[in-house]
Ligand binder design. Structure first.
Ligand SMILES: C[S@@+](CC[C@H](N)C(=O)[O-])C[C@H]1O[C@@H](n2cnc3c(N)ncnc32)[C@H](O)[C@@H]1O
Length: 280
């Protein structure tokens, strides 16, 4: 069979590398270079974290600093892709923080699927597809009459290509029970491919949360572990746009450690620990 895509890279090696002090002019230059080369707007990311990660990544690659990294990446496509992977952090897994998915099913997803003729879901920052396929499995298990569509978007085209491939290596299947493997996957040696019925529920598309207009309307938006390095103003603006993209009564589902600082100012209300609702 075809070689399956690489799993996401761990972030720890970059986090502990020695780093020069943050220099605002240099950060501005780095942001300009990255915008031109990778299409990411670093002005909307938290400078201290990005600075540490970029310089740490350069050192881990045997380069003295970010300047050398950028110069090398201009002519080296695989380094450019690794640089992008590092900045966007595509680490993910099926049923990440399982208890939150249980709450999603019982309090939000079941009632939606059982009371509406159709349900539209957006997995924003979907990485390698673990999140949208987790959603697709849950939708199939609830087996309600609603017609369901799941839009899965990410900034990174290479990550999306790997997500569309829908094939995962054994260790990436850790969160999937035997029963779910048997029902939703086809096994080929050490690899598992999502079955075509589940794949048909999900549409993958490139979308930059910091730059592109949001599609709408949605009943549920999942944006988990994506905004970690966004600045507070960039997060607030994104949450306002999510609110606008939700139907009244629609739910925003965030990562386990993510909270919205000033909920009312973005138009949402609390609907559980990491859940927010657009008021009806
Ligand atoms: C850590 S993964 C999270 C994956 C999944 N949501 C989860 O919780 O497991 C973060 C993903 O967000 C994507 N991402 C980062 N910045 C983004 C942006 N501005 N627009 C869209 N996606 C972005 C990255 O490419 C990466 O795949």
């Amino acid at each position: 069979m075809e070689t399956p895509p690489r799993p996401g890279r761990p972030i720890l090696p970059y986090a502990f590398a020695p780093v020069p002090e943050l220099d605002t002019d240099a950060y501005d230059r780095l942001a300009r270079e990255v915008r031109g080369m990778l299409g990411i707007d670093l002005k909307q990311y938290r400078p201290a974290q990005v600075w540490r990660r970029v310089n740490g990544f350069a050192v881990a690659r045997g380069l003295p600093d970010w300047d050398a990294l950028v110069a090398r990446a201009r002519d080296d496509a695989s380094l450019r892709q690794a640089f992008l992977d590092m900045l966007t952090i595509n680490v993910s897994e099926f049923f990440r923080n399982a208890e939150a998915w249980d709450v999603l099913v019982d309090r939000h997803l079941k009632p939606m699927l059982q009371s509406q003729p159709s349900v539209r879901i957006w997995s924003a920052g979907c990485s390698l597809g673990f999140e949208p396929f987790t959603l697709a499995m849950l939708v199939q298990e609830i087996a309600a009459p609603a017609k369901v569509r799941i839009l899965a978007t990410d900034l990174d085209e290479t990550t999306l290509a790997r997500a569309r491939f829908a094939t995962y290596a054994g260790p990436q299947m850790a969160g999937v029970s035997e029963a779910r493997r048997a029902r939703f996957f086809r096994r080929d040696g050490d690899y598992w491919t999502v079955n075509s019925e589940l794949q048909a529920l999900v549409t993958f598309r490139r979308h930059d949360l910091l730059a592109d207009p949001c599609h709408k309307p949605f009943d549920l938006i999942c944006c988990r572990n994506v905004v970690i390095y966004f600045t507070e103003p960039a997060k607030a603006e994104l949450y306002r746009r999510f609110c606008d993209a939700l139907r009244p009564g629609g739910i925003l589902f965030l990562g386990a450690t993510e909270t919205i600082q000033n909920i009312r100012s973005v138009g949402l209300e609390r609907a559980g620990l990491t859940f927010y609702r657009r008021p009806v």
